[in-house]
Design a protein around this ligand. Structure first.
Ligand SMILES: Cc1cc2nc3c(=O)[nH]c(=O)nc-3n(C[C@H](O)[C@H](O)[C@H](O)COP(=O)(O)O)c2cc1C
Length: 402
């Protein structure tokens, strides 16, 4: 599964650097988000502009700096990647990685990154056969770094032997295989609901809420990155469809959301209800637009189906995660919701706080589990919070359903 995954492509100073453009292109075509880091030597062989154009992403060229979010580039690039590929990998970068040397962005990043890491060595055959290079490759292998190639054949230097970089298509295939096995949610089926619902009053008016869907979409995206097969059921939002989803259903009303969730729930390992489903809806929506007449207008509301409670009652049910948007008594109300709906985990938000929750890019929450433990999640981006929530879910899935 390559779609939606983040691949960091390190390019070093070999004649084969131009072939890395093909690797970047192939991965982008398969739906990966490719970020390129080039060494100073690599920039003498191919321009950063070529990779920027092919990947649609800015290229990092050796500067250890702060990103827009105030994070250090070598830390954030490594932490955000699902796979690091170094292709071509020079004798120099292989030696630096084996020896723990960190004197530029790529080598520093390789000390921060954790497997999966794939290297595609490329060099003259005598360089490749040198005991120092062989020992360095062996050292990296024992640390879990995988090697693709090199192959034998005509080398750019005119000699013949082992040292040619593996074919880009083989490197891409190896990357695909590594991504398929990686991620703490690999193979899990996770259903996420997101956004508000709209309950019609008449053909042009509805009752809804301020949910933007950003939290649910961030969770769906993060779960895809972590290897899960994700089913996203979304209410009306103005967010682009995340890539790499197993299924994407758009619904309008609470009743439609109920039907979509129930229809697809079979086989799911977890249901994360981040949607703000309307509790009530007008019992008899008018068939025609309601005219302005009397000074007051009474509308009778009826209770909508409670999706979480219904799934919670099932004997065989997925891991259940709910959200509580509260304006008072956050922990008490959230614990009560967790208990009454038989949830495994609840994410409690105090929506009365400014700058977090509804429609904002940040969130702050209290993560409460059925077993009683509470984890405060301080203010952070919704995408970081998505990962924090999924960290907990991954542990719960492992302990209950492995
Ligand atoms: C034309 C040319 C081709 C080179 N090709 C390779 C190569 O294929 N593999 C290699 O290990 N080094 C090769 N080198 C040497 C590296 O560019 C050199 O060791 C450099 O310091 C590597 O820096 P980097 O690993 O930071 O990119 C080549 C040098 C030149 C001038």
């Amino acid at each position: 599964m390559v779609k939606g995954r983040r691949v960091l492509l390190g390019v070093t100073g070999s004649i084969a650097a131009y072939k890395a453009v093909e690797i970047a292109r192939g991965l982008v075509k398969k739906g990966a988000l490719v970020q390129t880091v080039m060494t100073a030597s690599a920039c003498r062989f191919v321009t950063p502009l070529t990779f920027a154009a092919v990947t649609g992403q800015p290229v990092f060229t050796n500067e250890i700096d702060f990103t827009e979010n105030g994070e250090m580039s070598h830390i954030s690039l490594a932490a955000q990647s699902d796979l690091v590929i170094v292709a071509p990998a020079t004798a120099n970068i292989i030696g630096k990685a084996a020896g723990g040397i960190a004197d530029d962005l790529l080598s520093t990043l390789l000390l921060v990154a954790r497997p999966p890491i794939l290297m595609a060595p490329a060099m003259n055959c005598r360089m490749y056969e040198h005991p120092a290079v062989q020992k360095n490759i062996e050292t990296l292998r024992t640390r879990g770094i995988e090697m693709e190639g090199p192959c034998s054949g005509d080398l750019a230097c005119g000699e013949e032997g082992s040292g040619r970089m593996a074919d880009p298509s083989d490197i891409i295939a190896r990357a695909e295989a590594m991504l398929a096995q990686s991620g703490d949610l690999a193979g899990r089926i996770i259903m996420v609901t997101a956004g508000p619902t709209r309950e019609p009053l008449d053909p042009v008016r509805f009752i809804s809420n301020r949910s933007s869907g950003k939290m649910g979409y961030a969770i769906a995206e993060a779960a895809v990155r972590r290897g899960a097969r994700v089913i996203l059921v979304s209410g009306p939002v103005s967010l682009p469809q995340p890539s790499g989803l197993e299924a994407y259903d758009t619904v309008t009303t609470a009743a439609e959301m109920h039907d979509a969730v129930m229809g697809r729930l079979g086989g799911a390992d977890a249901l994360i209800m981040a949607a703000a489903v309307s509790d009530y809806s007008p019992d008899q929506p008018a068939a025609k637009k309601i005219k302005k007449q009397d000074d007051t207008l009474a509308v009778t509301l009826q209770k909508n189906p409670d999706i979480l409670a219904e799934v919670g009652k099932r004997r065989k049910r997925p891991l259940l995660i709910g959200f509580a948007a509260e304006t008072e008594n956050l922990e008490k109300n959230a614990r009560e919701k967790c208990r009454s709906k038989k949830l495994d985990l609840i994410v409690a938000n105090d929506v009365s706080k400014p700058g977090i929750g509804f429609d904002s890019d940040d969130n702050e929450a209290l993560l409460l589990s059925a077993s009683g433990d509470a984890t405060p999640l301080p203010r952070m981006s919704k995408s970081r919070m998505a990962d924090a929530i999924l960290d907990k879910i991954a542990i719960l899935l492992q302990s209950t359903r492995s």
